[in-house]
Write a protein that binds this ligand. Structure first.
Ligand code: CP3
Length: 342
């Protein structure tokens, strides 16, 4: 199927664009009243994420309502542990919780490499519906968590500021840590390939907790597994977004990925110098969207000026915060479109 708007894909491949494509991390599900309505009907996050028709509906909402240049499938990075045999719960106002965690080799033996056709068909079914209903309007982004970030949740069992339970295991049981990371990686590659077969045009790997590791640990416990994913996925462009890993930009830039995501702590000019050949994505502070329209427009103008209009996908430096007024997100999207015309 030919895309009517393929700006995101052209930018990802480093091709010339008439203007910079724009979307917002966590655009599906956090901010729109239209989302909350469907979420209420579903009754729970997990019910919504596992009901393909509903997941498809909230995936498309930001395309219609915000005018973004891509859809990202409504799902969660935690479907991988679920598919491996470690179910999660989503607790209101607290976030994800794993009733059971993985801490030892014998815990690990109870888990399988996820078989996406059997264990995660609700995601691929949703993707097929989205693809059909988008009818080529914009590209569809698939995603997964980076193995280290998934490791954090599977061992810690819940969100944490420090993930000290997870990090402790890197020191006390590196053999187990690597075995779990490898099983997650194998599951993730199979899962991303299933998403690609179902029609996604690009995939993004979220290493949301990269920033809690030292550079040396990042090199041992995260990068090699992201590298395996990048090496295995050559059907579509891959974006690597490692939040907080400013220290690893050079090495991330050398992976077999097309796009590198930046958070707002990363200096734009410095990153361009470090990663001259790849497309960059990011990196407005999500808090900038609490400002007035004039402030948002000024921030976007500065950002586009620093990145330049080419080899660039405009985005936030992390997910949009839930209490951001949708009109401010729209102001951000429109400002990128205005200030990046070639
Ligand atoms: O981008 C999108 O809008 C697509 C949907 C999406 C969700 N989660 C839906 C969701 C995506 C891309 C994710 C990724 C995700 N999930 C990450 C990586 C990106 C990042 O923000 O760093 C992480 C770390 C998670 C784990 C997770 N899921 C947490 C910590 C939470 C609770 C807090 C939160 O982010 O809202 C979730 C729940 C979750 N995932 C919700 C949604 C819409 C809210 C649950 C609800 O509606 O009850």
């Amino acid at each position: 199927m030919n895309l009517k708007n393929d700006l995101l894909l052209r930018a990802a491949r480093g091709e010339q664009v008439e203007r910079t494509p724009v979307w917002a991390m966590r655009q599906a599900g956090r901010i729109l009243p239209e989302y909350r309505k469907v979420r209420e009907q579903a009754g729970s996050f997990i019910k919504l994420a596992t009901t393909p028709e509903m997941a498809a509906e909230v995936t498309i909402q930001p395309v219609d309502i915000l005018g973004v240049d891509a859809a990202i499938i409504f799902s969660d990075i935690l479907v991988i542990p679920e598919g491996m045999g470690l179910p999660y719960e989503m607790v209101e106002k607290r976030g994800p919780v794993f009733p059971r965690t993985v801490q030892t080799m014998s815990d690990l033996e109870t888990l399988r490499v996820a078989d996406p056709e059997a264990d995660l068909s609700y995601v691929t079914d949703a993707l097929k519906i989205v693809k059909r209903e988008l009818n080529g309007r914009v590209p569809l982004i698939g995603f997964a968590g980076a193995p280290f970030t998934i490791f954090c949740y599977m061992t810690e069992g819940k969100g944490s500021k420090t993930f000290s339970v997870a990090k402790k295991l890197l020191y006390t049981d590196p053999e187990f840590s690597h075995a779990l990371l490898q099983k997650i990686t194998d599951s993730t590659i199979a899962y991303l390939k299933a998403q690609i077969r179902a029609g996604v045009d690009l995939v993004q790997v979220f290493d949301s907790w990269a920033g809690i590791l030292s550079p040396a640990q990042y090199r041992v416990f995260s990068l090699p597994y992201i590298k395996q994913i990048c090496d295995a996925i050559n059907e579509v462009p891959v974006t690597v977004f490692a939040k907080g890993a400013y220290f690893a930009r050079q090495e991330i830039g050398q992976l077999a990925c097309s796009v590198v995501g930046l958070d707002w702590n990363m200096d734009i000019a410095e990153t361009r110098q470090m990663i001259p050949d790849k497309t960059l994505q990011g990196n407005l502070d999500p808090c900038a969207l609490y400002g007035s329209f004039d402030q948002i427009r000024a921030e976007v103008k500065r950002m586009v000026g620093e990145f330049g209009t080419q080899k660039y996908i405009a985005n936030l430096g992390h997910g949009v915060y839930p209490d951001t007024p949708p009109d401010n997100v729209r102001c951000f999207i429109d400002a990128v479109k205005e200030f990046s015309q070639v």
